[in-house]
Design a protein around this ligand. Sequence first.
Ligand code: RFL
Length: 428
Amino acid sequence: MAQKLAELRESPESTAVVVIGAGPAGLTVGNLLRRSGIDCVVLERRTRERVAQRQRAGIVETRAVRMFDSWGLADQVLGGAPSDGLMEFRVDGESHLVSDDDDSEGPRARLCPQQVLVQKLTAVYLADGGDLRFEAADISLHDLTGDRPTVHYRTADGTLRAITCTFVAGCDGDHGISRAAVPNGALTAHTFEHGIGWLTILADAPPPARPLLAVSPHGFAAHFARGPHASRYYLQCPPDDHPDAWPDSRIWDALRTRLADPALVPGPITDREIFRLRSLVHDPMQYGRLFLVGDAAHIVSPLGGKGMNLALYDADLFARAVRDSVHDHDDTGLHTYSQRCLRRVWNDQEFSHWLTRTLHDAGDDTHSGPFQRGLARARLDRLFTSRNAARTFAELMTGLNPVPDAGAQNGPGPGAAAARGKASASDW
Ligand code: RFL
């Protein structure tokens, strides 16, 4: 083994960027680098089939659609129809439509399930001649603070491989190896547990006309399209609840009650899981030549639909930064990558947190108490009646609200750690 590793170090492969993980973040980085004429290798531990089946997000926000459009990729990688931008809030059975139309020109959000985006990104990347290696096991990162990091991995047939590169993109999600390769103390984790559980259900059942968020004293529930004949539902539950406590009949009864829809059409349930709502930010999003992208750097609670969209934002900034560095010897984008990403990360965390608190506090007041419930109901009233409040909401939904350029930031705040002392630890 030691001899084999020594041999590998003698004659490694070489590329500009090794991308760890073939989710939305890694595949977007891979595609954008290829479009920029920059060599890269994407390493993914799962099989292609497994990656292509992971169902989570359902909407690519307006900002991300325009990002793909600016790379000439929107039509190739985005499936689904344009969203009509309307979302239904149902409060105690009363319907309120809220729009994400912010009057801006250009293509708008698309109804595109995450697995469709991943399948299309994979197909386009491979058709462009991209190097994507599935079933890459035991990946380890070396010399991240040197000039040429090395990535070791094992192929499906057990062969050890080594690749040297200029940059590593850590796109392997919250439980990947990239962030774990960073020494203790180099990154700070900011975490928040919401104290809320969600039962999440996928079913082959008719989707709603538009995203539906329901608030009532029975607890929060939601219903989203996940394709022409598939739906995802969420039901608020205690964080330590268990899926076994939710047989089909209980699920459909709870959905009918909380969605105030006695005629809700059920269907075969294909997946049911319980997870705790939590939020997490790692600062900075860089260590040496390793750049963390997407869920590897941050987790956003699902309300607001920002997790995947933030991953796409990071991927775009990273690819542009590498392009400027490789083609123009301009490293500004790489040096400001973490700060700039974190400004949007905190922006989206705030929006998601606001929506999470509002929709849960407004309903089941055993969770928060009557005072918080009154505040949350007032926030909803304002959203439904004030044009300015609705417009701010629309801007946040589209992802088009301006976020200050972090490069100009001098004062303390999220991201500032990267600009101050940690810059030297994470500098390359
Ligand atoms: P992913 O999608 O987790 O992809 C990481 C990839 O890395 C691979 N990997 C490794 N590869 C090699 N070696 C290793 N050691 C590896 N470890 C992991 C994995 O196999 C995988 O292929 O991260 P990425 O690319 O950053 O994308 C992030 C998004 O997946 C995530 O933010 C969203 O799914 C979050 N999310 C939602 N986001 C939205 O924008 N809108 C939504 O409506 C939405 N709904 C959701 C969600 C997340 C959910 N879960 C996970 C709780 C609904 C749910 C239920």
